[in-house]
Design a protein around this ligand. Structure first.
Ligand code: CA
Length: 220
């Protein structure tokens, strides 16, 4: 899952990014409205976190323009807290808002609510075969036994499971699991896939299959 944070206060931006990265999201940051809109309109994100007051272009304006093309969840970060302004924020197409100052746990909970698959809003367990991944507790089990994964291995497995039954292209995997500043080298995917297969004790092409020249697919 890839998140765009548009926030001109560097301290807040850094704090939010670090926290989300530790939760295995891929995170890009823009420090002004113009750059924020440009990145948002690339369509590469699963969620936007927008500050309200930004140099160049306000969060509201970014949200308005973004909503013309995308239904991706948008959460506002705002120091403004009067009811009218909140309603205004939601009327621009935002899905939720968080008042500054906030605890990271609150932000994380709201992010998770927005990113939960809509049709199974209470389900947070993803599975394939005898492998289960709990998005909330970040636990992975194989036949009920805990498997210890690195953050990137977890994010990679989560991405494959969210897209179960569909071929995941290498470029999409890189974009979703690593951030834009990551040096483009898809070899890192193979390294993490191999490590995942080892830790999950999968035989060659069991559950996680290689699609030659394209990417990977996970199936039951
Ligand atoms: Ca600001």
């Amino acid at each position: 899952m890839r998140i765009l944070v548009v926030e001109d206060e560097e301290g807040i931006a850094r704090f939010v990014k670090q926290g989300l990265v530790e939760e295995s999201y891929a995170v890009d940051v823009a420090y002004d409205g113009k750059k924020g809109l440009e990145l948002a309109m690339s369509g590469e994100y699963d969620l936007l976190l927008l500050d309200w007051m930004l140099p160049g272009l306000s969060g509201i304006e970014i949200c308005r323009q973004f909503r013309k093309e995308y239904s991706t969840p948008v959460i506002f970060l705002t120091a403004k807290d009067t009811v009218d302004e909140t309603i205004f924020g939601l009327q621009t197409g935002a899905n939720d808002y968080i008042k500054k100052p906030f605890h990271f746990d609150e932000l994380l909970e709201r992010v998770r609510v927005q990113l939960r698959p809509k049709e199974t809003s209470t389900t947070i367990i993803l599975s394939a075969g005898d492998i289960e991944l709990d998005q909330k507790s970040h636990k992975v089990t194989k036949s009920g036994r805990d498997v210890e994964l690195t953050l990137k291995e977890f994010a990679l497995l989560e991405y494959l499971l969210v897209n179960k039954g569909n071929v995941c292209r290498r470029t999409r995997i890189i974009e979703s699991v690593w951030d834009i500043h990551f040096e483009y080298n898809t070899g890192v995917i193979d390294v993490n896939i191999n490590s995942l297969r080892n830790k999950l004790q999968l035989q060659n092409n069991e559950l996680i299959k290689t699609v030659r020249g394209i990417g990977y697919i996970i199936n039951d």
